[in-house]
Design a protein around this ligand. Sequence first.
Ligand code: AMP
Ligand code: MG
Length: 267
Amino acid sequence: MSNEHQLMPGKAIRLEAMPTRAKSFHDDRGSAEREFFELRDELAELQRRVYAEGEHKLLIVLQAMDAGGKDGTIRHVFRGVNPQGVRVTSFKNPSENELAHDFLWRIHQAVPATGMIGVFNRSHYEDVLVVRVEKLVSKNVWEARFEQINQFERMLSETGATILKFYLHISKEEQAERFQARLDDPRKNWKFSPDDLEKRKKWEDYMAVYEDALNRCTTDWAPWYVIPSDQKWYRNLAIARVIVDTLRELNPQYPKTTIDANSVLVE
Ligand code: AMP
Ligand code: MG
């Protein structure tokens, strides 16, 4: 199964050359939304099966610049699923306790159990992204992490997890508009932090480390998808397509009862 936004191992990409908007022939919001709503219903049904069957684990990693749409993706794509079977984990600045452990320690605890879908809002990738740009650890420490991440993800995949990693690709102009909306709308003020502007000043540095992480951590067992995300409706559709395609392939089934319905008396 391949997808137009999926990166391939050994085929390095340049982020600058990757689109942040849908191709023009896809640029039909109405039909995109209709397809998205259908996929969302299908996702809800597939998730019920995953939960009932209790065999598969799906891990979805979301990474993006600030205002890139991670929260919106979770809100829109997962509307309709049973909250009991989906666990969202948002990774913030590590606590003192988390920093006293290896960088994957807090991540591993949030990996989905069988029957579950786990969604990471930021992830272990922060440890080769923000950590690198803000120089929080030395080069030899972050350099070793690419291989550590690949091996960690390999282990998760070998122990039954299906991993999908999405980079929500927005343009610097789109980020400016979304920041402005967060400043203008009192209901969105809380989403804005002055730190966001400091990071924006280092946009090119962030693009460079994202590019490196995407290229070095694209593997057969844990592919990255670079999703054009300036248009939220296209982003939602593109991500829903990948998730639903993946779940269709896993083909989860409702378990059949071994009880003979005729022999059971329901009073
Ligand atoms: P937000 O997702 O906007 O609530 O912000 C969470 C903040 O935590 C972001 O600025 C991230 O860069 C930061 N963060 C998450 N993980 C790490 C990490 N491993 N090391 C340093 N900062 C992190
Ligand atoms: Mg933020």
